[in-house]
Write a protein that binds this ligand. Structure first.
Ligand code: PHE
Length: 465
């Protein structure tokens, strides 16, 4: 036990923990995926379904992971084994997930950096030109350069540790992010645009498309798809099933109130997602109507630069602060992935933070370069079981998000719900006699509802549904 004497790092307090965890949760998922799904799935209807799932399904999964971390004081690779000695394999699985995600997340972070620098260099109109995005990602050196730049930033923050790295930067980046999102969301409502056919659309009309539930053409089947979309989004958005929340939970002080902290993280994450919708949907609607929203993944890198460009000089400024904000969101998320891996290595092999981060930096360097080259030297098209087509980046994304994450989530529910029993986490949640209002709901969720929902997500990912 000699080498255990060194005290585990911790966040300084509740605010530091909530900002760091919210930093992980608020990422690209909130900024482009949530608005796009909301527009596709009947606006207010999707919002309503999402909110109900957030305070039930999302709440149960998030609090479970944080409680596992705080109870065991270990990161995922070793934490699950401590809950039940036969379940160490779940720790290995939840170590593999962030390991797969991290390299490609850095590549996307690199793309965001490229856009930010383009706006900084007053290149707004070049950025909006047709073919800019494809031209950039298929180029050989530029994407690698920006990916490495992004990865270096993450490395520095994680290298500095929990309190002086992650917490310190989250305390600066997250409030700035909120201010920028609110500013652009308000501005977006004031936009008005008349197209070539003389049709004028305003940001306020776009906001109505977003907030007012649209029941037109809703069938039972369609409604089920909306629930599935909302569930998948929630799961991804809360950074669940990749060991991150277990890791951050292990840095949480025993005297903090878990229920309150989880509520705050959820309010933060959902609030930013809703505001991101207010920022993007009205603007895109004013310029290209509802069809513009169906751009999907290309929305952020292709459609939005065109919207910014149509706004003239001020649009260049909006473009710049938009990509600064996206960079902050991506950075705090990437840092949390890197920390989950680093911390697992430190706990399992008793390596120093320095050694663990350096090993990760080297492996990321190699894998991310391969991901970048997936758009040129190693280019191929692969069809996934769910019908989507993609390259190396999408393969990693598919394997982690559609297959491994639902499996880890499902197994966590089985472990806590049936093997170790919910008392394991409930005791940790109510350690200082805290009130746990949703206790019965929590037990039902973790034992029955969440595993069923996760199984359905997995079947969707596998293309069975
Ligand atoms: N939760 C993040 C989001 O909403 C996504 C994320 C994925 C974060 C992987 C960390 C790790 O965008």
């Amino acid at each position: 036990m000699e080498n255990q004497v060194k005290q585990r790092s911790s966040f300084t307090g509740s605010l530091g923990f909530v900002l760091a965890a919210a930093g992980s949760a608020v990422g690209l998922g909130n900024i482009w995926r949530f608005p796009y799904l909301a527009a596709k799935d009947g606006g207010g209807l999707f919002l309503l379904v999402y909110l109900v799932l957030a305070v039930t399904f999302g709440f149960a999964l998030l609090i479970t992971e944080i409680a596992i971390g705080r109870k065991t004081q270990e990161s995922p690779l070793t934490a699950y084994k401590k809950i039940n000695s036969k379940w160490g394999f779940l720790g290995v699985l939840s170590f593999v997930v962030p390991f797969i995600i991290y390299p490609y997340y850095c590549v996307i972070g690199g793309w965001v950096m490229k856009y930010m620098f383009s706006y900084l260099a007053f290149q707004g109109s070049v950025t909006a030109a047709d073919g800019f995005f494809t031209g950039f990602i298929t180029a050989q050196w530029q994407p690698i350069f920006y990916t490495v730049l992004f990865a270096i930033l993450c490395f520095i923050i994680v290298y500095k540790g929990v309190e002086h790295g992650i917490e310190k930067y989250s305390r600066i980046l997250m409030p700035v992010l909120v201010v920028i999102v609110v500013f652009i969301a308000i501005y977006s409502l004031t936009i008005s645009h008349t197209d070539a056919n003389g049709v004028t659309r305003t940001g306020l009309q776009g906001a109505a498309v977003y907030f007012v539930p649209n029941f037109e053409g809703i069938t039972f089947k369609k409604f089920l798809y909306i629930i599935l979309d909302a569930m998948g989004q929630l799961f991804y958005s809360l950074s669940i099933a990749m060991g991150i929340m277990v890791t951050y939970g292990s840095y949480m002080k025993k005297e903090e109130n878990l229920v309150k902290s989880v509520n705050h993280i959820e309010i933060f994450d959902t609030g930013i997602a809703v505001l991101a919708g207010m920022m993007i949907i009205p603007a895109v609607f004013a310029f290209s109507g509802t069809e513009g929203m169906s751009a999907g993944p290309g929305l952020m890198f292709i459609t939005l630069p065109k919207v910014f460009n149509s706004l003239g000089k001020f649009g260049d400024f909006i473009g710049l602060i938009f990509f600064v904000m996206v960079l902050f969101a991506a950075l705090t998320s990437a840092v949390s992935i890197l920390e989950a891996i680093t911390s697992s290595m430190m706990d399992k092999f008793k390596w120093s933070r320095k050694k663990s981060t350096l090993i990760m930096a080297a492996s990321t360097f190699v894998i991310s370069i391969i991901v970048c080259l997936g758009y040129n030297v190693f280019y191929f098209d692969l069809k996934f079981p769910n019908g989507a087509v993609g390259q190396i980046l999408d393969i990693l994304d598919y394997a982690s998000n559609n297959i491994l994450m639902p499996i880890v989530g499902l197994l966590t529910c089985i472990l806590i719900g049936w093997i170790a029993k919910p008392k394991t986490t409930i005791d940790e949640i109510t350690l200082n006699g805290e009130k746990f209002g949703r206790k019965t709901l929590y037990i039902v969720m973790i034992k029955v509802v969440a595993p069923i929902l996760l199984f359905i997500i997995l079947l969707t990912g596998l293309g069975v549904i």
